[in-house]
Design a protein around this ligand. Structure first.
Ligand SMILES: [Zn+2]
Ligand SMILES: [Zn+2]
Length: 299
């Protein structure tokens, strides 16, 4: 009964979004109202088919499926940082509850993060987050080679559960990054997903997809630097998905993204189309995003 109602609600939320142009390379963290978020978080109606259906809303459905996987509908899994992406933005932005920030990075063998990308992430977080006791990036666990070639949200969550060592607690907020090979269930023949911010505190980075999206002009490292900041931006509540906009700049057709191509939160930054669509790949927040983060207690 419960899941039937949720399925209906999910169907309604999908229906409400049918005006959107088809795309599947979006991050799955785009519910834009608390109501939708609640439905997504609790639903087990999302399937691989949903996630591949070609609309943001479908990708949302995939995310929702995961958020609810392994738990009763509506009940977050484990610690409170497992809600929707952007749900704990103020924990990262302010020092009110957490004076420190730790970024834990696990990676599958052969898919290790680029050091430059991790350094840039740290720099961007330091520029925006009030963490008087510091921000630390810890490259933690090398995970054995995985047989999975197409990752579903549920698979990402399973791997995280097996290897993640740190959760927000005490005086320390935690952001978790998982570097993997293969592709995402939302990939299409036209566009591959480069990264997803799939819970309030977790990001998956698709190392192969980033490397293979490189061109002569745009290297894999340049793409990785942009994607890592982009996904973290979703965890900080951008755009309009956890922190309020001070001025309209959300690209509503693309979900929680910025209308500006010169902002790291532009939708194409997390798509394999990035090097085709953008001559210069942005890797920092623009003035609108910075204003939003400041208004929510960031720097
Ligand atoms: Zn995004
Ligand atoms: Zn922006």
């Amino acid at each position: 009964m419960k899941s039937l109602i949720l399925s209906k609600l999910l169907a309604l939320s999908l229906l409400a979004c049918t005006g959107l142009p088809p795309r599947t390379f979006d991050s799955p963290n785009l519910p834009t109202s608390p109501g939708e978020r609640a439905v997504d978080a609790g639903s087990d109606a999302g399937t691989g088919a949903d996630a591949g259906a070609g609309a943001d809303a479908a990708t949302d459905a995939g995310a929702g499926a995961d958020a609810g996987a392994g738990a009763d509908a509506g009940v977050p899994i484990g610690p409170p940082d497992q809600g929707w992406s952007g749900s704990i933005a103020t924990d990262y932005l302010t020092a009110t509850r957490y004076r420190r920030l730790v970024v834990e990075v696990d990676y599958v063998r052969g898919k290790a993060p680029n050091t430059g990308a991790l350094n840039l992430l740290k720099q961007r977080l330091e520029a925006r987050c009030n963490k008087p006791d510091g921000i630390t990036v810890i490259v933690d666990t090398e995970i054995p080679t995985q047989a999975t070639t197409t990752w579903r949200l549920a698979d990402l969550r399973d791997l995280e559960r097996q290897h993640r060592s740190r959760y927000t607690a005490g005086d320390t907020a935690v952001l978790y990054l998982l570097y993997i090979g293969g592709g995402y269930e939302g990939d299409t023949s036209n566009a591959r997903v480069l990264g997803v911010s799939h819970t309030g505190s977790a990001i998956a980075m698709f190392k192969d997809a980033m490397s293979e999206s490189a061109t002569v002009l745009v290297t894999g490292n340049v793409i990785e630097e942009a994607v890592i900041v982009h996904e973290a931006g979703h965890n900080l509540g951008l755009v309009g998905n956890g922190v309020a906009m001070q001025r309209p700049h959300q690209d509503a057709a693309h979900g929680a993204h910025d209308t500006s191509q010169s902002c790291v939160m532009y939708w194409a930054v997390e798509s394999s189309l990035v090097s085709q669509l953008l001559g210069t790949v942005p890797n920092d927040f623009d003035a609108d995003c910075i204003a939003d983060l400041r208004a929510a207690g960031g720097k």
